[in-house]
Design a protein around this ligand. Structure first.
Ligand SMILES: Cc1ncc(COP(=O)(O)O)c(C=O)c1O
Length: 348
């Protein structure tokens, strides 16, 4: 098979956050009705909050600038300073939020290990502290669906329900980092409400594969969302005429959810091309993220070499790089990138 020497234009597989708003999305933003959201008077924001809460089977929603702020506020609803949240060692909460939960609210964290990030009730329940005065109290468990550093893996709905039942029986909160819950929904056909309802608090993002320029949403009970609204203002996250962002998110929900299947197909094609050259470097992805094992080569070196031939990857570990497909990456481009990366790995 002919392998090109380099990709021109460059193929950017660093993240699905690189997606730029389309002309249709920009038109929807330009036409949005707006008001001051700190006064609760932005009609487009209010409609989006109602829509997304309903989609996920919750009472209320709060638009936040980022997924990180959604996770922060969600956990603050469930965990007091000095208490702990349990999550897996590769969770975005544990690795990607720069210790905000500890730094800003005194939350401690204990983790379990799982290569793909897929969680099971047995592992988690063993970690929950008994209610005593001399152990840090476990106040919540957090799951991630799909799992970013676990290679876009989907949490099986059966596991989620078992974990939710165990948490409810033990009086512990359950938070979902659903930055890419849309991808799980498209990959499995499980409804967003079925994915959302087992949790007390859920964060979803519009600014990843859905292609909006910014914005995430926290959904929960009306009482939790009222508290989160106050905390959002305390963090400086109260914004004004942001109906323009809600219009982008609404457009993304109307036009960019079902097309995620194309990103999943592109990721599978990328992985298949890498596997043609070095079978042990990848497993077949469930959604739009491929974690590549760089073997004996350093991940930083591999990413550097790949960038020189026009393929941009993220380094996520000493021997792992990540490739993420999105609406910016066509199927032929994903295949070209897979061939180029496969060739580099085979030479290494
Ligand atoms: C799984 C997951 N959760 C949360 C976030 C945080 O989102 P943001 O970058 O909007 O803060 C990300 C970002 O990539 C993510 O991948």
């Amino acid at each position: 098979m002919r392998v090109p020497k380099f990709a021109d234009p460059a193929i950017d597989l660093r993240s699905d956050t690189i997606t730029r708003p389309s002309a249709g999305m920009r038109a929807a933003m330009a036409a949005a009705e707006v008001g001051d959201d700190v006064y609760g008077e932005d009609p487009t924001i209010n409609a989006l909050q109602r829509r997304v809460a309903e989609m996920l089977g919750h009472e209320a929603g709060l638009f936040v600038p980022s997924g990180s702020m959604g996770n922060l506020l969600g956990l603050w609803c469930l965990v007091n300073p000095g208490q702990e949240v349990l999550c897996d060692a590769r969770a975005h909460l544990a690795r990607g939020e720069l210790g905000a939960h500890a730094a800003l609210h005194g939350i401690t964290m204990r983790t379990w290990t799982s290569f793909t990030g897929v969680a099971d009730a047995n592992t988690i329940t063993k970690l929950i502290s008994p209610k005593t005065a001399f152990l840090v109290q476990t106040a919540a468990v957090a799951l991630e669906n799909t799992h970013n550093f676990g290679g876009g893996s989907v949490q099986p709905i059966k596991h989620i329900r078992q974990i939710s039942k165990a948490c409810r029986e033990m009086g512990i909160g359950l938070h979902l980092d659903g930055a890419r819950l849309w991808n799980a929904h498209v990959a499995t056909g499980v409804s967003l409400a079925d994915y959302g309802q087992p949790f007390d608090t859920v964060t979803v993002c519009f600014s990843k594969g859905l292609g909006a320029p910014a914005g995430s949403m926290l959904v929960s009970s009306a009482a939790n969302i009222e508290r989160a609204r106050e905390q959002r203002k305390r963090l400086g996250g109260g914004m004004r005429q942001i109906g323009i962002l809600a219009a982008a998110a609404g457009y993304a929900l109307d036009h960019n959810v079902s097309r995620l299947a194309a990103d999943h197909a592109a990721a599978a094609a990328f992985a298949a091309e890498v596997a043609n050259a070095v079978p042990e470097a990848v497993t077949s992805p469930q959604t739009n993220i491929v974690v590549v094992d760089t073997g004996t080569t350093s991940a930083a070196k591999l990413a550097h070499e790949a960038a020189k031939i026009g393929v941009k990857l993220s380094v996520i570990g000493p021997r792992t790089v990540r490739a993420v497909t999105s609406l910016e990456v066509t199927l032929p481009a994903a295949m070209t990138a897979g061939r180029l990366v496969g060739r580099l790995l085979a030479k290494a």
